[in-house]
Design a binder for this molecule. Structure first.
Ligand code: BG6
Length: 364
């Protein structure tokens, strides 16, 4: 039962400060600025031998995989990328012995992801799992892994499990980094950042009321864009996915930098844009793109940090707390969960069971 909450999705969104603590518990090492992931079943030598990371998942698990790949490249300087597990085995992929394959799945039962794991292992690759459901098919099929400890997730649209997938990637990136060239100072900086995150998620959730009106306006649009750059782009993809899954509105994610190379043609007063503008080295350029949207009278919602100067741009501004730049994506994602939720709520949709979708797709 969703209890006093009107839906499981809202209950699961609000649980995140607690569930986020659960995935970190016992895994952070403040003294050495690293993480301990016993379930990976890999010693320092094996972790050092990894030359590439390939992440496999479907839907939201694929998008968070792209966030995870960025974390691994930044912290461990190992080439990493994510691919839709549903496509992977159809292109006869090259499986390399020094690549670490990472399967990401809340349910642990998604058939496309399971078959991708089997393809990797049949060809002798090592595959670890980031899985929520203990003892699930993917968890059993993998060589080892990191359990997400998010608790049962009922709503089709993944929220708390996705947050814990991101945190598990941060732990993995930290451990891979610290057996390489990530300094102890940087390791400690990230451990402290991870420890601050659950409280900061709570701060974002405390601003829920402000987001309701914004969500209602977005719900009226037939079509909308979600834009972000570099670390922010997979967040935009995930935000658009959530929005379309439960509000049934056409929501498309784009790199802010690519706007001028195509979709700007579609911007008008009926097409709102949700833009991610974190306080980073790209903020000024991102604000430039907002001017382009405003010039075409496109309504703007900007998810940003204190200290980002939006200049003359008129936008609904949603401010989230800053963490370490590498960890900011997950805090930028929380308002997008709430926007999707309240848009769907406003439209009167069945939020926990959106039409045509299943929580886990176990047949091909
Ligand atoms: C899809 C669900 O079918 O499966 C998505 O509709 C989900 O919400 C995806 O992200 C992957 O599920 P899982 O359980 O493998 O993480």
């Amino acid at each position: 039962e969703a209890g006093e909450h009107e839906s499981f999705m809202r209950k699961e969104i609000l649980e995140q400060p607690t569930t986020a603590q659960a995935v970190l518990r016992g895994r952070l090492d403040e003294r050495f600025g690293t993480a301990h992931l016993g379930g990976l079943d890999m010693d320092a030598r094996e972790l050092r031998a990894v030359r590439r990371v390939k992440i496999l998942g479907c839907g939201s698990a694929y998008y968070v995989g792209q966030m995870g790949a960025a974390l691994i490249e930044e912290l461990a300087r190992i080439p990493a990328d994510a691919e839709a597990a549903s496509e992977f085995r159809y292109r006869n992929p090259v499986i390399e012995p020094d690549t670490l394959y990472v399967a990401v799945s809340q349910s642990g039962e998604t058939i496309d992801t399971l078959l991708a794991v089997q393809e990797v292992r049949r060809k002798g690759g090592r595959c670890v799992g980031l899985v929520n459901v203990v003892g699930s098919a993917i968890a059993r099929e993998c060589d080892g892994g990191i359990y997400l400890h998010a608790g049962p997730e009922v709503a089709v649209a993944s929220t708390k499990a996705l947050t814990n997938m991101f945190l598990a990637f941060a732990l993995l990136a930290l451990q891979l980094g610290r057996v390489r060239d990530l300094s102890i100072a940087d390791g400690k900086r990230l451990v402290a950042g991870l420890e601050r995150l659950p409280g900061q998620i709570e701060e974002v959730l405390a601003g829920e009321a402000e987001l309701v009106e914004v969500a209602k306006d977005l719900a009226e649009a037939k079509s909308l864009f979600f834009i972000g750059r570099v670390r922010g782009f997979p967040v935009a993809r995930e935000g658009a996915q959530k929005f379309k899954e439960i509000s049934y509105r056409h929501a498309e994610a784009y790199q802010t930098s690519e706007l001028k190379h195509g979709p700007l043609a579609l911007i008008d007063p009926d097409v709102p844009t949700v833009a991610l503008v974190p306080h980073d080295e790209l903020a000024e350029r991102n604000v430039g793109a907002l001017h382009e949207i405003e010039a075409r009278k496109g309504p703007l919602v900007v998810i940003t940090h204190e200290g980002v100067d939006l200049g003359e741009v008129s936008a609904r501004r949603i401010v989230v707390p800053r963490n370490e730049p590498e960890l900011d994506p997950i805090l930028l994602n929380v308002p997008l969960q709430l926007l999707a939720y309240h848009a769907a709520q406003h439209l009167g949709h069945d939020i926990d069971k959106p039409r045509n979708l299943a929580k886990s797709v176990t047949v091909e």
